[in-house]
Design a protein around this ligand. Structure first.
Ligand code: NAP
Ligand code: G3H
Length: 476
């Protein structure tokens, strides 16, 4: 059987001699598709055409733009099973979670369309300012930015891509879409549903190819007006240095801690932490990546966590296992390195510490200290260190010591305590009695410090991908 080729829709002069990039499934290792690596000239041509197409798109009414998004959501909704199956094969996410991701995307796009319909401008008179005049009226409206570049990561190849494309288009922009290479087949399907819904192909050019090869050219293109990036902190930092005067929103890595006090139902919290830390083998930016437990319950909590981790299913995403092969060998090597470093420095592995191919068994580490890499680095894999605290001060300091600042969970039955502690935490979001997570998708989603710049979330994304424009009437 020949492998399917996934070619960009908007390029009509495909170079037949170019070597295509094979994409293999991370769990079956089978080749599931061949990708066309776009050249710099093709990137340039795509952005120029996207600019021209945006000049027409921005003249459509908000309602017309929203109607097209509703049609897009409908197209995806009629292909949930097919898209989820591709998603599972390409990035190895359990099939139930893959279905959830596609359905969440349908909801996301519908909500975006509804939101943009209900976003209106404002007006103000000059008289409010000292010495100002009533005869001055400012009309403040939102206008699109122009050409948006969206770069998405592998781990939510459909949802996190749509979470950029939908608000970009809703706001009246065109959107250059660069999916993660491992995630590009999902990206291809996503763009296909959009074109099938009636979107002109020039408005959403799919740029496939390795970030390391075309990324620099892409992010520095002079016709770009906005960059929306989700991915690793290292990549994000290097892009941030290159984009110049172009506004950016970046959602990057995390090292989210779960701080556990002694006044909670530990059995329940252990289940929540294990689900939060190990689902999709820990390949979530909002995964729990540190446990910080009160001295008086650390022993009991550790026992319960160990029991829960031992119950995790390990194997194939087709069987909905929680622990699946990591995205590639490099990712698995990295997790093993972090575990080995911790063990050499005195940590004890209560579970896991075993590897089969790219499956890393879920590893709980105790007896950890701050000299270990696992105390600081983002694993993006199934390893979870357990730290101890005695005073609230210690817990806050430990949580804040990280370079990352995505989310922090506090588990305590005292809302008073949790609320006061929340004020002192350097993070985008504090979850009280809940695990870190991005959704619901209309909530603002914020990375601070090395976890990002700016805010995502449906309304916030539409706002960041548009700007205010003021027209002032001066009358007699
Ligand atoms: P990654 O390696 O940083 O890649 C992210 C995207 O950037 C991919 O599309 C990649 O393309 C592209 N890229 C790589 N080098 C580039 C360059 N020089 N210029 C422009 N683009 C470039 O991240 P990942 O492995 O896909 O995802 C895992 C990371 O993302 C984790 O750190 C995780 O925490 C973070 N993440 C954060 C959030 C959040 O919302 N905070 C959400 C999801 C993931 P190629 O695939 O072709 O290299
Ligand atoms: O991987 C990063 C995603 O933004 C996390 O989304 O919290 O819904 O799993 P999630």
């Amino acid at each position: 059987m020949t492998t399917q080729k996934y070619m960009p829709f908007h390029l009509h002069n495909i170079d037949d001699s170019r070597k295509l990039m094979p994409i293999k499934s991370p769990y079956s290792n089978e080749e599931i598709g061949l990708l066309y690596p776009c050249s710099k000239d093709e990137v340039d041509e795509s952005i120029k055409r996207a600019k021209a197409a945006q000049n027409i798109w921005k003249t459509e009414t908000v309602r017309q733009r929203a109607e097209l998004l509703f049609l897009w959501a409908k197209q995806i909704n009629s292909s949930v099973e097919e898209m989820a199956s591709i998603l599972m094969q390409e990035v190895g996410k359990g099939i139930d979670d893959a279905v959830k991701e596609v359905k969440r995307t349908v909801d996301f796009i519908n909500y975006t369309a509804e939101e943009v319909i209900h976003m209106t401008g404002e007006s103000m008179r000059g008289e409010n300012f000292p010495g100002g005049s009533r005869k001055k009226l400012a009309i403040i409206e939102r206008v699109p930015l122009g050409v948006v570049l969206s770069i998405a990561p592998f781990n939510y190849p459909i949802n996190l891509a749509a979470a950029k494309i939908a608000p970009a288009l809703a706001a009246g922009n065109s959107c250059i879409f660069k999916p993660a290479t491992q995630g590009s087949i999902c990206g291809w399907y996503l763009v296909k549903t959009l074109i099938d819904a009636g979107m002109p192909e020039e408005l959403v050019p799919l740029i496939t190819g390795k970030g390391s090869e075309i990324g620099d050219y892409l992010v520095q293109h002079p016709l770009l007006n906005f960059v929306s990036f989700t991915g690793g902190t290292e990549t994000g930092l290097s892009i941030a240095k290159k984009v110049g005067m172009v506004p950016i929103v970046m959602e990057l890595g995390g090292k989210d801690p779960a701080i556990v006090f002694d006044d909670v139902d530990l059995e329940l919290i252990a289940k929540t932490i294990v689900a939060g830390g190990f689902s999709y083998s820990g390949q979530r930016c909002t995964g729990i990546k540190r446990v910080i437990a009160h001295k008086s319950i650390i022993h009991e909590l550790t026992k319960l966590l160990t029991k829960e981790v031992e119950l995790l299913s390990i194997g194939s995403p087709e069987d909905n296992c929680s622990i699946v092969p990591l995205i590639d060998t490099k990712a698995a090597d990295y997790i093993v390195e972090l575990i080995d470093d911790a063990l050499q420095k005195g940590a004890v592995a209560l579970t896991g510490n075993k590897r089969e191919g790219n499956i890393v068994y879920p590893t709980l580490l105790t007896n950890v200290n701050l000299n270990m890499r696992v105390a600081w680095e983002e694993p993006f894999g199934p390893v979870l260190p357990i730290f101890e605290f005695e005073t609230e001060e210690e817990a806050v300091n430990l949580a804040n010591a990280s370079d990352y600042g995505l989310q922090v969970s506090i588990f305590s039955s005292s809302y008073d305590r949790a609320f006061k502690m929340s004020d002192r935490l350097e993070t985008g979001t504090v979850q009280i009695n809940g695990r870190p997570e991005r959704g619901p998708d209309h909530f603002p989603f914020i990375g601070t410090k090395h976890s990002g710049i700016g805010v995502q979330g449906i309304r916030k994304s539409i706002e960041s991908m548009s700007r205010e424009k003021v027209t002032i009437l001066n009358f007699e």
